[in-house]
Design a protein around this ligand. Structure first.
Ligand code: AMP
Length: 437
C-alpha cells in the first residue's frame, strides 16, 4: 500500500529560476563539449502502456537517460519513482519514506541527472559539483555512485565517490583530474574535502540526503549540518530527503532542510517483502549454528546473507562457517573498507556465495539474485527486519528469508508482525537440518 500526502510547490515558483547562476565570472573555468547522443532512439526501448503503471517514457526524460534506463532493464517506474518523479523533475523538494529495495536511488538520480542535463552550464570548475548525495555508510555510498555511473553512461556527467577509509590523495586526484558533476559521499570525508578547500559546495543545485534516520542513529547529524551549511540556502537548491523511518527528530530535519516538500510514503509491504517467502524457525541457542550450517549447505541456497545483531556474533558465525568449509565473507564495521569492498566484489562475482553481516554494513548490499536471507538473530528494530529480507526477492525474482527466533528474542515478534501487518508462521525447523543429539 502506498500513501501520498502533502503538496508540491506551485509551478509558477519553480525553483529553477532562483537557483544560483553559473560561475562564469571566475577564472580557471573549463569548457565541456556538449554531449552528443547518437545512434539510439526510443524505438529500441519499447514498453507498452499498461493501466496502473507509469512508464519512464511519459516523464519527458532525455534520450541519454532513457538509453541508460533501457540498458539497466527497467521497464516501468517503481511506486516511489511513479509518485515522486512528476514533482522532483519539476524542481520541487521531496521527502520520501522509503526503504532500500523500493527504487529510491534511481528516483533521486534520475531527478539529479535530468536537472543537470536540462540546465547545462557552459563553464565549469574543478571541485565544484552541481549535485551532492550524502548517505551514512560507505557501502551505501559506493552503491549509489555505481548506480549513478550506470545512469550517467550516455549523459557525459562525471560522478565522484568520497568515502572514509580510502586514501585521501587518490580520491583528490580523481576530483582534480576532471570536472565532477555529482559527488556521492559519507559526511565525514566530505567535510574533510570541503575544509581543506578541495571541494566547494556553493554551486550545488540538487542535494540528496539518503537514510536520514541512519544518519541520526549513527550520530552524523552535526557533520551533515555543517555540510548543508556550505551548500546554497534551501530556497536556492532542490533538496530530496529519504528515510526508512520517521520520528520527530527526522521530521525536524525535514523542516530545517526542505521547503514546501512533496511527501511520498512507500509502506514496507510494497517493498520486496511481497516477493519473499518468510519463514520463522523456533530454535534453541545451541541449535542455531548447526542449523545455519546445514541450511546453507542445501543445494537450493545459491547465495545467502546471514544477519546477526552484533559484531562479535557476526565474526563468530563467519569464522565457524569458514571452518566448516563454506565459501563466505564478512561485512561489519570492524572490517577495513578495503576488505569490505573486496568481499562485496567477490560476492557479486560469485567467488563466495555467503556473506555474514551486521545491519549497518549490510544496508548497502544491492546484489540481485540473492536466494536466501537468514536472520541469525531477530533484529531489535522491526524496520531492520524489512531491510534485511529486502536483500532477496529483488528485481522481479522471489527469495526466501529464514529467521531464527529463540527464547531470548521471540518477544520481538509481535511488534514485527504489527509492522508487517500479518502474522508470521513460527515453525520447528525440518528435523533433517537439526543436529543429531
Ligand atoms: P534501491 O531501492 O534504490 O536500493 O533499488 C532497488 C533495486 O531495484 C536496484 O537493484 C535497482 O537497480 C532496481 N530498480 C530500481 N528501479 C527499478 C525499476 N523501475 N524497475 C526495475 N528495477 C528497478
Amino acid at each position: 500500500m502506498r500513501k501520498f500526502f502533502g503538496k508540491g510547490k506551485q509551478k509558477d515558483t519553480a525553483p529553477q529560476s532562483d537557483r544560483p547562476s553559473s560561475n562564469k565570472s571566475r577564472s580557471g573555468g573549463r569548457q565541456r563539449q556538449p554531449h552528443q547522443h547518437k545512434a539510439w532512439d526510443l524505438s529500441r526501448f519499447d514498453v507498452p502502456a499498461v493501466a496502473g503503471k507509469s512508464r519512464f517514457h511519459d516523464l519527458g526524460l532525455g534520450l541519454e537517460l532513457m538509453h541508460a534506463i533501457a540498458d539497466l532493464g527497467f521497464e516501468y517506474c517503481s511506486p516511489i519513482q511513479a509518485e515522486v518523479l512528476p514533482f522532483t523533475l519539476d524542481g520541487y523538494d521531496a521527502i520520501g519514506k522509503a526503504q532500500t529495495g523500493t527504487g529510491k536511488t534511481a528516483a533521486f538520480l534520475i531527478t539529479v541527472i535530468t536537472d543537470l542535463l536540462n540546465n547545462p552550464q557552459e563553464e565549469r570548475y574543478i571541485g565544484e559539483p552541481r549535485a551532492l548525495v550524502i548517505a551514512p555508510t560507505r557501502e551505501l555510498v559506493a552503491q549509489i555512485a555505481e548506480d549513478s555511473r550506470k545512469l550517467c553512461k550516455y549523459a557525459g556527467l562525471e560522478t565522484a565517490l568520497l568515502i572514509g577509509g580510502v586514501d585521501y590523495n587518490r580520491q583528490l586526484k580523481k576530483i582534480e583530474d576532471k570536472v565532477v558533476d555529482i559527488v556521492v559521499a559519507t559526511p565525514g570525508r566530505l567535510l574533510d574535502f570541503s575544509r581543506r578547500g578541495h571541494l566547494h559546495l556553493n554551486m550545488v543545485e540538487v542535494l540528496v540526503i539518503d537514510e536520514a534516520d541512519r544518519m541520526l542513529d549513527m550520530g552524523f547529524i552535526p557533520q551533515v549540518k555543517q555540510v548543508i551549511a556550505k551548500t546554497p540556502p534551501k530556497r536556492n537548491r532542490q533538496t530530496l530527503l529519504f528515510s526508512a523511518t520517521f520520528n520527530q527528530d527526522v521530521l525536524n530535519l525535514c523542516t530545517q532542510w526542505t521547503t514546501n516538500a512533496t511527501m511520498v510514503e512507500i509502506e514496507p509491504d510494497s517493498v520486496a517483502v511481497d516477493t519473499v517467502d518468510q519463514k520463522v524457525y523456533m530454535v534453541s541457542a545451541r541449535e542455531k549454528f548447526p542449523l545455519l550450517r546445514n541450511l546453507l549447505q542445501q543445494d537450493e541456497v545459491e547465495s545467502a546473507i546471514v544477519f546477526a545483531n552484533r559484531r562479535d556474533t557476526t565474526r563468530r558465525v563467519y569464522e565457524k562457517l569458514k571452518r566448516a568449509g563454506l565459501s563466505c565473507g564478512m561485512l561489519s564495521g570492524e572490517v577495513s573498507q578495503h576488505l569490505r569492498t573486496r568481499t562485496l566484489d567477490s560476492f557479486k562475482k560469485g567467488d563466495i556465495n555467503i556473506l555474514v553481516a551486521t545491519d549497518v554494513a549490510g544496508r548497502g548490499i544491492h546484489v540481485d539474485n540473492i536466494s536466501h536471507v537468514v536472520n541469525y538473530d531477530l533484529p531489535e528494530d522491526p524496520e531492520d527486519y524489512v531491510h534485511r529480507i529486502g536483500r532477496t526477492g529483488r528485481a522481479g525474482k522471489t527469495g526466501t528469508s529464514i529467521t531464527f527466533a529463540g527464547e531470548m528474542d521471540s518477544f520481538l515478534l509481535p511488534e514485527l508482525e504489527k509492522l508487517l501487518g500479518k502474522k508470521l508462521a513460527c515453525e520447528h525447523p525440518p528435523a533433517e537440518l537439526l543436529p543429531v543429539h
